[in-house]
Design a protein around this ligand. Structure first.
Ligand SMILES: [Mg+2]
Ligand SMILES: [Zn+2]
Length: 223
């Protein structure tokens, strides 16, 4: 048996733009168009402000009284990428530990994943508080001492908690927020911006369109 065959496989799977076809935070903002949202989105993209600061400020543009409207919009407009249930079944059958590592918010992440029977403790995302005048995002999974990016929900902190000498680490993602994690893992599945970033850095990756593509590669890796 090779070394890697003895390691437990663990998948760190992004949510927005990966499990869902769409990016829920951006779509909520584009739909409700609170004053100042475009500038904040641009500042996040250009990295003038951290993801944590940007996402926190974006939601603080919306009053808590819009809670139900915002939740309903997100749940009614998100679609799940094809093959997701198949991937979960494959992981279950092959003893692959499946984690959702999302920079999204609990009020859409948990309900959208509800049909899929993923234990709640395997889902990492940000929290929300609608008790004040404006929507407040809470941050239950902050960066550890090794990360200085102010991620909000820190993917690399979670990945580091599964040490590489004991785990075969697999990341599935689509964007900038997956890139630091991608540098740490053994296998990268990428779409969209993450593909460009892997290309520019010369990092090997498997492109995917849906989760059936991911299952095929995982099957081949297992021989
Ligand atoms: Mg994403
Ligand atoms: Zn971080």
């Amino acid at each position: 048996m090779t070394d890697s065959a003895q390691k437990q496989s663990v998948i760190f799977c992004d949510f927005d733009g990966t499990i869902t076809n769409n990016d829920n935070i951006i779509e909520i903002m584009k739909h409700f168009k609170p004053d100042g949202y475009e500038e904040l989105v641009n500042q996040i993209i250009t990295k003038d402000i951290s993801i944590k600061e940007g996402v926190g400020k974006l939601f603080s543009l919306l009053p808590s009284s819009m809670e139900q409207e915002v939740i309903d919009y997100a749940l009614n407009h998100a679609t799940i990428r094809a093959g997701f249930q198949g991937l979960l079944d494959y992981c279950q059958a092959n003893d692959i530990h499946f984690l959702v590592t999302s920079g999204g918010i609990d009020f859409f992440v948990y309900p959208l994943l509800k049909p899929f029977d993923i234990p709640a403790e395997h889902i990492y995302c940000n929290g929300s508080d609608f008790t004040g005048e404006r929507i407040r995002i809470t941050w239950p999974h902050p960066c550890d001492d090794a990360c200085h990016t102010n991620c909000g929900m820190c993917k690399t902190t979670i990945i580091r908690s599964y040490p590489k000498d004991r785990y075969k680490r697999i990341l599935i993602g689509d964007s900038v927020t997956d890139f630091e994690g991608a540098k740490l893992v053994d296998t990268i599945f990428a779409r969209s911006h993450l593909i460009e970033m892997c290309e520019m850095s010369g990092m090997p990756y498997h492109p995917f369109t849906d989760f059936f593509d991911v299952i095929e590669v995982l099957k081949n890796q297992r021989g």
